[in-house]
Ligand binder design. Structure first.
Ligand code: SF4
Ligand code: SF4
Length: 119
């Protein structure tokens, strides 16, 4: 797996991350990933398990996760790998700042948190 393999919808999850998650391992890894992304690496866009999923205990999320990924790709016009800063910028411009988060992942168990922070 590429060091910076990322599902596109995880750019949203990172934006709204408040330091809590599915397990201690998950949260530690998420913090580590976010710290590394500050260096603006080239990310490998994937619709599948990525550097965040690798430490997540969830096993029954794939159908929803794939649908979120496809919607982010569609809404943002993503066509290939991109730098982290470009990915962050495009999800902000096309989804977060336009109030479309609920159209991507309104049925996620965490939407009651992320939806409130949407700006
Ligand atoms: S609602 Fe769920 S999928 Fe959407 S940004 Fe929050 S954690 Fe990620
Ligand atoms: S395994 Fe599922 S819930 Fe866990 S980080 Fe990956 S997409 Fe999100």
């Amino acid at each position: 797996m590429s060091e910076y393999k990322i599902r596109p919808h995880h750019a949203l999850c990172i934006n709204f991350f408040i330091g809590k998650g599915y397990s201690n391992d998950f949260t530690e890894n998420m913090n580590h990933v976010i710290e590394n992304l500050h260096n603006n690496p080239l990310t490998e866009i994937t619709i599948g398990k990525d550097m965040i999923c690798s430490k997540c205990p969830c096993t029954d999320c794939q159908e929803k996760a794939v649908s979120y990924d496809r919607k982010v790709i569609d809404f943002c016009g993503i066509s290939g790998n991109m730098s982290w800063n470009d990915l962050k910028k495009v999800v902000h411009e096309k989804i977060i700042s336009t109030g479309k988060l609920h159209e991507i992942c309104g049925d996620c168990q965490w939407f009651y948190i992320c939806g409130k922070k949407e700006t």
